[in-house]
Structures are given as C-alpha cells and as structure tokens.
Design a protein. Structure first.
Length: 138
C-alpha cells in the first residue's frame, strides 16, 4: 500500500464523498425533498461516513483511526437501511436504489479492507508530515 499523506487521497473517502453527493442529489427532489426527517437522516449518515474516515486519519493513534473507521462503516450500514425506507416510500426508482446500495456497499467493503490492513500492521507508523520546522518562542 502506498503512503497516504492526506485523507483526501484515500479511495474509501473518495467513494464516501461521491456517495454523499448522490444522497444530497436524490434527497432534494419531489416528495423526498419534503420528507425532512428521512432526507436529513440519510444526509447525516452519508456525511458521517466521510467525516469519520477523515477524523480517524487525522487522529493521534492507529487504534483511534481503526475506531473511527468502525464508526464510518456503521454509518454506511445505517445509510443502506435508510435507502430501503426511501425505496419503500416511493422516493427512489429501483435503478436509483440499486446504485445507492452498490455505492454504500462498495464504501463499506473499502473501509473493511482498510481496517483489516491496519490491524495486520499494528506497529506501522501511519502519520507522516512533510518536513516542517516548528519554532517555539516565548
């Protein structure tokens, strides 16, 4: 695996971002756009996926990173469950439902593989900073 220096470089985060964009696009249309409860919940779950990946990457330790990735994976599951509600309420076509589910599942699998990778290398340094000089003055 190549060294990643920013969370934006992570495929799982990129997939989560695309997923959030799709959720925002779909949840603002027609009757779905008027169902503030479900739309808001789905948007928050989608944003939570990408936010937890980013927050975990920026955290102090690898253990915390894995913890945040677990939360992101949980949010992906939450979003999949809510997608069934949106389908059952008639807010999504079958094709939209399948695409959203495929994206959420892809993101979840990417997160799972990342967790497995990190757990298999417990002593690996994961945080890298560009050479930065720190000046401490009184």
């Amino acid at each position: 695996m190549t060294t990643i220096t920013r969370f934006e470089e992570m495929e799982a985060w990129q997939t989560a971002r695309a997923l959030a964009q799709q959720v925002y696009h779909l949840s603002k249309r027609g009757a779905f756009g008027r169902d503030f409860g479900l739309g808001d919940q789905m948007r928050r779950a989608a944003v939570s996926i990408m936010s937890n990946i980013a927050e975990g990457f920026e955290s102090r330790t690898q253990g915390l990173f894995i913890e945040f990735l677990g939360r992101a994976k949980g949010s992906a599951g939450e979003l999949r469950a809510q997608t069934y509600v949106a389908l059952d309420a008639g807010y999504l076509s079958q094709a939209e439902f399948e695409h959203l589910m495929e994206q959420a599942d892809k993101c979840s699998r990417q997160i799972s593989r990342l967790i497995t990778y990190l757990q298999s290398r417990p002593n690996t340094l994961r945080v890298r900073e560009e050479r930065t000089e720190y000046n401490i003055t009184d």
